[in-house]
Design a protein around this ligand. Structure first.
Ligand SMILES: C[S@@+](CC[C@H](N)C(=O)[O-])C[C@H]1O[C@@H](n2cnc3c(N)ncnc32)[C@H](O)[C@@H]1O
Length: 217
């Protein structure tokens, strides 16, 4: 089965497809009172996730939801986005999106597609014991190991999801003490930290700049 996204017409593809899938988990997640709930689907999160996964060559994009009416909504979003693919900048392709009932189904489907069980990696703003540095997960991806990244809706993934995951990534942090990103912000940053093609460019001095940094103005 070939699920690789096609290269964007803007830039030639320069990387081998990595074996990375992502899941927007709507259940089980937590509400503000730490109760386990199913969150409703947000079309902005879904469309943004569709676009971001195309940029980073991530497939499938799983939407985990047990409720039929919410799954039907995602189906409608997929056909709406697909129909407008060629006419609107704000729409994307969704043939790499998959709707599944549960995390079990998500892991089973990813295992079948990759031909082996992926490393299941949860994300969170919380600080938990034994969280995995980005470099370690990035190295696994670069070795060709399959990875399934989990992102939580509402107030984040339920504890049962962390218990079932093989690893939990360190929280993204700007050092302010407030680390709670919106899910689509975290989604884009995590994929960039794990999949950007040339991270060494971030640290490279700009030639000619007096302070060796970015030119000002
Ligand atoms: C609204 S946030 C939930 C924040 C929540 N307090 C938590 O436990 O992560 C929704 C999702 O965005 C992602 N996320 C938010 N902030 C993050 C951070 N600092 N580092 C990594 N992922 C983050 C996680 O997938 C989280 O489940």
């Amino acid at each position: 089965m070939n699920d690789s996204p096609q290269p964007s017409p803007d830039s030639p593809s320069s990387v081998q497809p990595r074996r990375v899938a992502v899941a927007l988990v709507h259940h089980p997640v937590r509400d503000r009172n730490h109760m386990e709930i199913a969150a409703s689907v947000d079309w902005v999160d879904f469309f943004d996730a569709g676009r971001v996964t195309l940029v980073y060559g991530v497939t499938p994009l799983y939407v985990v939801h047990p409720v039929e009416s919410q799954k039907a909504l995602v189906e409608r979003l997929i056909s709406h986005g697909t129909r407008d693919d060629r006419t609107s900048e704000t729409r994307g392709r969704f043939d790499h999106a998959r709707i599944v009932d549960s995390l079990d189904e998500c892991i089973a489907d990813a295992t079948e597609r990759f031909g082996e069980r992926p490393l299941v990696v949860a994300t969170t703003a919380r600080r938990l014991a034994g969280q995995r540095p980005y470099a370690t997960v990035r190295a696994a991806i670069d070795r060709g190991e399959p990875v399934l990244l989990l992102f939580g809706k509402a107030s984040g993934l339920a504890d049962s999801v962390f218990e079932r995951s093989d690893a939990v990534l360190e929280p993204l942090s700007g050092g302010t003490g407030f680390d709670h990103l919106p899910v689509r912000g975290a989604f884009a940053i995590v994929l960039d930290r794990l999949l950007a093609t040339d991270r060494s460019a971030d640290a490279r001095p700009v030639s000619g700049a007096p302070d060796g940094g970015q030119p000002h103005g």
